[in-house]
Design a protein. Structure first.
Length: 148
């Protein structure tokens, strides 16, 4: 009888916890020029960028470890360690999202420029005539030396 009830009342898995979103858009005051975006695109392609991300993530993990190792009896220490750890991860998340968004804008700009150049190359606006070079093969060695 118990197996019959277990078949009817199957436990439902809990829904996944939603990821916390950034409470504030930290990038609202940042205005980047096209050159700034191009520089970001170059930096992201550099292997050193992955090293910087690794260092930043390690630092955030260090703040999280400090939270986990704080004295549970000291409420202020736990709360301050939590604020620091949470802030560090929010900062990292904000920076990486902003860089990714700006790099995407730069890539879209590059694609648009390449498309415009490609369209110009196929249009009749720029007629390109290849110059014709006429070359007559010399028939004798004397003719090749310019002697008739």
């Amino acid at each position: 009888m118990l197996s019959w009830l277990q078949g009817i009342f199957k436990p439902q898995p809990l829904p996944p916890e939603p990821k916390p979103e950034l409470p504030v858009d930290f990038s609202s005051d940042i205005k980047l020029t096209d050159q700034d975006r191009e520089d970001l695109l170059a930096i992201v392609d550099d292997p050193g960028y992955q090293v910087v991300l690794k260092i930043m993530k390690g630092t955030c993990r260090g703040f999280t470890d400090a939270l986990l190792n704080s004295d549970p009896a000291d409420d202020k220490a736990v709360l301050s360690a939590h604020v620091i750890a949470q802030s560090s991860w929010l900062f990292l998340d904000s920076v990486t999202k902003l860089v990714a968004a700006q790099v995407e804008v730069a890539m879209d700009d590059q694609r648009a420029i390449e498309q415009r150049l490609s369209d110009l190359g196929r249009s009749d606006f720029l007629p390109i005539d290849k110059p014709k070079v006429e070359w007559e093969e010399p028939t004798t060695p004397l003719e090749a030396m310019g002697i008739q």
